[in-house]
Design a protein around this ligand. Structure first.
Ligand SMILES: N[C@@H](CCC(=O)N[C@@H](CS)C(=O)NCC(=O)O)C(=O)O
Length: 229
C-alpha cells in the first residue's frame, strides 16, 4: 500500500491530471503520483479506457481499500467532500445569480469544449510542428487556421463568463480556474498565445494564477516549463 492516502495516476503533462494535483495541493492533501502516459500499460490497469487521471483512494472510513476513481469532475467532488476547505467554490447568491452553478458551467465548458479546442486544435499540432521542424511557421499557421478561429470564439466566450477582475469568479480561486489553467499554461508556450485569439482579461488572469502555490508545485513535467510527455 502507498504511504500517502491517495495516488494520482497520470503524467504531470496531462492537463486533466494537473487540475487534480492542483486541487490536492491547494487543499494540503498528500498524494503520490504515477507519471504515466494515456493508454500505457499502467494507465490501462487503472482506467478501463486508459485515460488520465485516475485517483486511487487507499483508505475509506479507516478501512484499507484501493478504490479507483476516474473522471475529473467526479474526482473533484470527492476532494471537496473530504476537504471542503479552503473552498474552491464560487460564492453563491450574489444578487440572486446562482454563481455556484455558473462555476460548474464554466468547468464543463472547459473540460468538454476547451480541451479539444485549445489542445487538439492549436497546442498539439503546433508543438508537433515545432518538434518535427519540417514546416515553416507560415505553413503551420495555414494548417491550424481553423483551430485558431475556434480558439478565438471559445476564449471570447470564456472571458465573457469571468469576473471582470481577479480569478474567474472573483477574489479566490475556484475549480473553474483549476480546470482552465493547465490548458492556457500550455497555450502560453506557443506563438498563438500572442495572437488576437487571447484577450487581455485572460492574460491578466493567468498572471494571477501563476502566483498560486498549487500552480508552482505542479509545474514540473508540464509543457508550460518546456517538458514533453
Ligand atoms: N473525461 C475525462 C477526460 C480525461 C482526458 O481526456 N485525459 C486525457 C489526458 S489530459 C487523456 O487521457 N487522453 C487520452 C486520449 O484522448 O486518448 C476526465 O474528465 O477525466
Amino acid at each position: 500500500m502507498s504511504s500517502a492516502p491517495y495516488t494520482v495516476v497520470g503524467t504531470p503533462f496531462s492537463t486533466f491530471t494537473r487540475t487534480i494535483t492542483m486541487g490536492l495541493q491547494h487543499k494540503g492533501l498528500k498524494y503520490e503520483q504515477i507519471a504515466t502516459t494515456p493508454h500505457s500499460e499502467i494507465a490501462q490497469q487503472y482506467h478501463p479506457l486508459g485515460f488520465l487521471p485516475t485517483l486511487v483512494i487507499h483508505e475509506v472510513d479507516g478501512k484499507p481499500v484501493d478504490l479507483k476513481l476516474f473522471e475529473s469532475q467526479a474526482i473533484v467532488r470527492f476532494i471537496d467532500r473530504i476537504a471542503p476547505e479552503p473552498s474552491l467554490h464560487a460564492t453563491s447568491g450574489v444578487d440572486g445569480i446562482p454563481l455556484e452553478e455558473k462555476m460548474w458551467e464554466f468547468v464543463s465548458l472547459t473540460a468538454f469544449f476547451g480541451f479539444p479546442t485549445v489542445e487538439g486544435g492549436v497546442v498539439k499540432p503546433r508543438v508537433k510542428a515545432i518538434d518535427e521542424g519540417k514546416l515553416s511557421d507560415a505553413e503551420v499557421r495555414v494548417q491550424i487556421k481553423d483551430g485558431v478561429s475556434k480558439l478565438r470564439e471559445y476564449l471570447t466566450l470564456m472571458e465573457s463568463l469571468m469576473s471582470p477582475d481577479g480569478f474567474a469568479f472573483g477574489d479566490h480561486p475556484t475549480w473553474a480556474d483549476f480546470f482552465l489553467f493547465p490548458l492556457l499554461a500550455d497555450l502560453r508556450m506557443v506563438p498563438e498565445w500572442d495572437s488576437d485569439a487571447v484577450g487581455d482579461r485572460i492574460k491578466k488572469w493567468i498572471k494571477r494564477m501563476d502566483e498560486l502555490p498549487a500552480v508552482k508545485a505542479t509545474a514540473a513535467g508540464t509543457l508550460s516549463v518546456g517538458a514533453r510527455p
